[in-house]
Design a protein around this ligand. Structure first.
Ligand code: ADP
Length: 350
């Protein structure tokens, strides 16, 4: 119980709500004090002093207002009556202000709680996403590291380790190191993506496409996949490096998840205010149940249908998605398992 109370008291929402409530109460009490003091003086002003009394009464009786000659209030009854009324008025006012501040405390607490929760919600979500990212990333890093360590341990404990065997272990280690490097690059890339908009310029789609193609020639050739570039000469509002990176990710996936000897098509068109670029493949396709998740970080659809080389970390599409968002566009996918997939990028036209 004690720990529970301590947890609540130290919780960020509690402290924030406390600050909000302190501000509300400070304002409410401040106003009450000023109001009470002003009203206190006002009520006091209604009681005539001896001089006022003598003057007014003198006038009432049609007498000279000379203090020395004027009659006084012999019993002091009127003055006393006014004084009592003023005192009662002040007491009532004080009572009302206390009730009002009590109400402000109750309503202010509820409002502060609501506001604190509302303020913290996006921050909590961002922190949760951040810690999820760190735990996913460390999990992804641990797997190849464990494999590396295991291969080395086995090789070191082998008294009959031959040169050929040692070379194959080094070869396996190098492959793992390359994968780790790719993973850390992707992680860094993703971590650098914030929500800020990129600086846009008029970009020739064909120029960016040819840059992207030079970066995927090697994997395409190694699988005997031909890439048919049918992009028209349209201009887009984009950041060329970001657009190139998006296209490389989509082309790379199209090659990775397509059978050897197939074709990947790059197409484009302009419609209204937008330009569209699509990457279509004749590969494995994506199941309908996986489609809503493929842009999530670390999400990998079941790749058992694809060849064993199609390994990835599930980061490419989330990077592409983030980049497209930063360019003020959108990305969508249509896919049919066994037939192929089409990824369509929509960007503002120049
Ligand atoms: P990965 O590194 O695993 O390729 P991505 O984020 O690029 O990560 O893709 C997420 C998942 O979406 C992949 O694991 C794969 O299952 C699926 N995918 C992406 N592109 C294609 C494609 N062109 N054809 C079939 N499946 C794809």
């Amino acid at each position: 119980m004690k720990r529970r109370i301590r947890n609540v008291v130290t919780a960020p929402w509690f402290r924030l709500a406390g600050t909000y409530l302190a501000i509300i109460m400070l304002m409410s009490i401040g106003f009450s004090v000023v109001f009470y003091r002003t009203s206190w003086n006002e009520l006091g002003r209604q009681i005539p002093t001896h001089a006022d009394y003598d003057h007014d009464i003198g006038l009432d009786f049609g007498l000279a207002t000379d203090n020395a000659a004027s009659p006084t209030d012999p019993s002091g009854n009127v003055r006393q009556f006014l004084q009592t009324r003023a005192q009662e008025g002040r007491a009532e006012l004080l009572q009302r202000l206390i009730v009002l501040n009590g109400l402000a405390l109750v309503l202010g607490s509820a409002l502060s709680y609501y506001l604190a929760r509302r303020t913290l919600r996006p921050i909590e979500a961002a922190m949760e996403a951040q810690s999820q990212f760190v735990s996913d990333a460390s999990h992804e890093l641990r797997t190849p590291l464990t494999a590396l360590q295991a291969t080395n341990d086995v090789a070191l404990r082998d008294p009959k380790l031959t040169l050929t065997k040692a070379k194959s272990v080094i070869q396996a280690n190098t492959e793992e190191a390359v994968k780790l490097q790719a993973l850390s690059n992707a992680l860094l890339n993703l971590a650098r993506q914030d929500n800020s908009k990129l600086a846009l310029a008029d970009v020739s789609l064909q120029a960016v496409v040819s840059q992207a193609l030079t970066r995927v020639v090697q994997p395409a050739q190694s699988k005997d996949i031909s890439i048919e570039d049918r992009t028209p000469d349209i201009k887009l509002r984009a950041e060329p490096h970001a657009l190139e990176q998006i296209l490389v990710i989509l082309l790379d996936n199209a090659i990775k998840y397509s059978p050897a000897g197939s074709t990947v098509y790059l197409e484009g068109r302009r419609r209204g205010k937008y330009g569209y670029v699509s990457v279509r493949d004749e590969g494995a396709g994506i199941r309908a149940s996986d489609l809503p998740h493929i842009f999530r970080r670390f999400y990998r659809a079941d790749t058992s249908r694809t060849d064993g080389a199609a390994h990835g970390y599930g980061l490419g599409l989330s990077i592409a998605h983030k980049l497209v968002e930063r360019l003020g566009g959108g990305i969508s996918v249509q896919s049919e398992p066994g037939k192929g997939s089409t990824f369509i990028v929509r960007l503002p036209a120049a």
